[in-house]
Design a protein around this ligand. Sequence first.
Ligand code: NDP
Length: 449
Amino acid sequence: MSMNIDAEVKSFMDGVKQRSPGEPEFIQAVQEVVESLMPFYLEHPEYVKEQILERMTEPDRVFIFRVSWEDDNGVARFNRAWRVQFNNSIGPYKGGLRFHPTVNLSVLKFLGFEQVFKNSLTGLPMGGGKGGANFDPKGKSDREVMRFCQSLMTELSRHIGEDTDVPAGDIGVGAREVGYLFGQYKRVVNEWTPTITGKGLSYGGSLIRAEATGYGTVYFVQNMLEHRGDGMKGKVCTVSGSGNVAIYTIEKLTQLGAKAVTASDSSGFIYDRDGIDAEKLAWIKDLKEVRRGRIKEYAEKFGCEYHEGKRPWSVPCDVAFPSATQNEINGKEAEELVKNGCIAVGEGANMPSDLDAVKIYLKNKIMYGLGKAANAGGVAVSGLEQSQNSLRLSWSREEVDSKLVDIMKNIHAKCVEFGDEGDWVNYVKGANVAGFVKVADAMLAYGVV
Ligand code: NDP
């Protein structure tokens, strides 16, 4: 970056930091966007004059509320919940709900901010938002989870609606939680409106929604590889996580002839040199979705390595798929990935690479599919779920999957359009500029609102 750009980025970030004390994840997410976007922004005085980027880094509004619920022993419990409505310039707010003890305002603002760009990239009319609670579903009974979801939705239902704000799942909010949340929503408002996505197939869900984030991330990496005349077949891949995104990433990799050799949870990772085939993956699905067990049991069952308390980035691979959580790859781990021959990263998770790791990818010009582009398939199919609900129609698996394939191809093409640097594609710049332009033009059209 030139001195002038550096100075502009610093002065911009000083303002963000002053307005957002104690919000490191949010500041990190804004920093990544601002560093890559600033040259383009300064070349467009129409945006600068209207302070579009400044306004885009401030959420439209945030709700914070207490969720009281009763545990199985009849003891009163409470948690804190948030909904961040970040930007609705191009459509109703849209973004998931996360239930995890680490959830706080900073995490949800970073996720909501990223969601604005991601939803714009999908080409669908969706604004950005995010929400959740510092509630840990782990170790709770189904009934406790139900009472928590019902209590949360009693309050949240006042602030959402099919044309206002449409939540979905995220970490800790899967099929079970979405069922309880939607059940309470329709009871409170006395309407069956598609105000939540990720719904079960018997009550308005879309085929391929469960698979969409993982499948979409693999399709994005496939596009990056094909752009360089390469392909997925035979690639050795490391995957982190063993939740929704990780499971369907591994499934699609296997279908395309690649080999996923790792999976993890917050306790450690397994390394299966033979690859996690369809049969082993079915076992993981049952472990995680039905028995709610730990990934360590995989190593005991299939006789492979288990590394307690570690992340899988020291394992040699062609492509890495971080699919668990934010900041799960640091600079040192990124160096190790590159040193071991990794040529591409496909982020199923949101912001899994910290700023040092991103710098290493860019310096080494590896194919870096950042989360807001690579994992946009999930929200895209949520958008398609809304379309089917509005049309009172259900599309087949093949129809939804082929739309997902097209959407990921289009996102890749937009990244190339804005990020082509001659001998390589800077996907960070491409995704951030392409995502920004659509929202910025809408904001310009509205005037100062
Ligand atoms: P799940 O809750 O289904 O799975 C999360 C996985 O990540 C689990 O294996 C969990 O392990 C692990 N994990 C969670 N937090 C941590 C942590 N702090 N440290 C280490 N491991 C952790 O969530 P999803 O698969 O839905 O989401 C994973 C990522 O993908 C998130 O970043 C999410 O924002 C992103 N994403 C999800 C989309 C979706 O459609 N679901 C869409 C786009 C992005 P454990 O069980 O031990 O907690």
